[in-house]
Design a protein around this ligand. Structure first.
Ligand SMILES: NC(=O)c1ccc[n+]([C@@H]2O[C@H](COP(=O)([O-])OP(=O)(O)OC[C@H]3O[C@@H](n4cnc5c(N)ncnc54)[C@H](O)[C@@H]3O)[C@@H](O)[C@H]2O)c1
Length: 385
């Protein structure tokens, strides 16, 4: 009989749904050492929280996260609420001895994330941040190919995350639906939201980033604020791009925007090495394009690998070879990996400390955009003691 793991979820929005689905499915498809129990969901609107609880099978509802954290029958707090809530809830949860999962970015900036890491380290509680793109089977395959040395020396890393949903100047900022446009809540714009994903994947695949030079732009300077009803300055970055150097000597370009008309969530990454190159695209997430210079010359060319076979990462747990899985599965994989690590008393990745490394890079990007200079990234501070 597996031990129960009682979960308290904060936030029932987009991520509340992906996480709840993962809690329900992980044990059905993966051999995990715990039985997740959906004990309580917390959000400020009691009626909507109740409806969410009924739909997903949560046993109870709270309207104040402090009450959730105090509850003795909760083992794990999962934070799926906006960025300005992460630090307070994560620190209180760690101090209460709860295991803590938190959405990305960990804090609104590295200073906030450092406090979260300190609290989790002091309490020695298992923790993880939901940088879910590390759990796309095709991206994991890429990681294996890099670690096997198939690319040789890596020269270039290139990543983009493009959206188009804030182009209208009539879109307001702030409030429940548009907190991402409010810097006080979000911390930053696309840098902390979209670039953070591309940076987390890059640090995982290609190692530490040492220095960056960046530019950001806020195309629409003023918007009506949903909470005050007034026209207010927009303080988030609408677009952000940077050049950087990795510790392994490779050069990189990163770009994120919410102003690329026609693109809804186009996350792409490319790696060029001495021996091989690879491309991955979120719109075709189960494929990698791979070019191996060591192939016989006459047959050399780009291969399109459909990462759905039984010997591909995670795939033998799903349907039959050739059948695809999707976005929601990345959260199921991540939660299954967390439970596995918990059972082995190991550390799940990315941990809070791993996520802090991303925040050092995003902080450096925002700083460089202001100073118009190259900025060193204090990556050495995140090395585990
Ligand atoms: N991993 C990913 O790919 C990914 C994707 C989207 C969002 N996110 C992150 O997930 C987090 C939530 O984003 P979302 O898109 O789900 O937002 P959302 O607006 O859809 O949902 C946020 C939820 O938090 C609740 N909430 C707000 N303040 C609260 C409080 N004080 N106490 C309790 N509940 C509160 C809201 O009622 C809502 O249910 C953010 O940090 C975001 O950056 C990550």
């Amino acid at each position: 009989m597996k031990e129960n793991l009682n979960i308290g979820l904060v936030g029932y929005g987009f991520m509340g749904r992906t996480h709840s689905n993962a809690f329900c499915q992980a044990g059905r498809f993966f051999d995990v050492p715990y039985r997740p129990v959906l004990k309580a969901v917390c959000a400020r609107n009691a009626d909507r929280a109740k409806a969410f609880a009924e739909n997903w099978g949560y046993e109870s509802v709270e309207t104040d996260w402090r009450r959730l954290v105090e509850r003795q029958d909760i083992d794990l707090i999962d934070i799926a609420s906006p960025n300005d809530t992460h630090a307070e809830i994560a620190i209180a949860s760690a101090r209460a001895g709860k295991k803590v999962l938190c959405e990305k970015p960990l804090g609104r900036n590295a200073a906030e994330s450092e406090k979260i890491v300190e609290a989790a380290d002091a309490a020695r509680v298992p923790n993880m941040v939901w940088y879910n793109y590390r759990r796309v089977p095709a991206v994991v395959l890429l990681k294996h190919l890099i670690d096997e040395g198939r690319f040789g020396r890596i020269f270039h890393y290139r990543a983009k995350f493009l959206q188009d949903w804030t182009i209208s100047k009539d879109l307001p900022q702030g409030g429940e639906a548009l907190w991402r446009l409010d810097a006080a809540v979000a911390g930053s714009g696309v840098t902390g939201d979209l670039l953070a994903h591309t940076i987390d994947t890059a640090l995982w695949l290609n190692g530490a980033i040492t220095e960056v030079t960046a530019m950001t732009e806020t195309f629409i300077k003023e918007r009506k604020h949903n909470l005050t009803g007034r026209i207010e300055p927009v303080r988030i970055d609408d677009a952000s791009a940077f050049l950087c150097r990795f510790q392994n000597g490779s050069l990189a370009t990163f770009e994120a925007t919410r102003y690329a008309r026609g693109h809804k969530a186009l996350y792409t990454l490319e790696i060029n090495g001495e021996l091989a190159s690879a491309l991955w695209d979120l719109h075709d997430l189960h494929r990698i394009q791979f070019f191996d210079h060591r192939d016989e010359g006459r047959l050399r060319g780009w291969r399109s690998i459909h990462v759905t076979d039984g010997d591909h990462p995670y795939m033998k747990r799903w349907w039959v070879p050739g059948l695809q899985i999707g976005y929601e599965h990345t959260f199921i994989h991540q939660f299954a990996d967390f439970l596995q690590a918990l059972g082995e008393q190991g550390e799940a990745s990315p941990s809070f400390r791993d996520a802090l490394a991303t925040d050092y890079v995003t902080d450096s990007v925002l700083k460089s955009a202001k100073t118009a200079k190259w900025e060193k990234v204090p990556f050495s501070q995140v090395t585990r003691a």
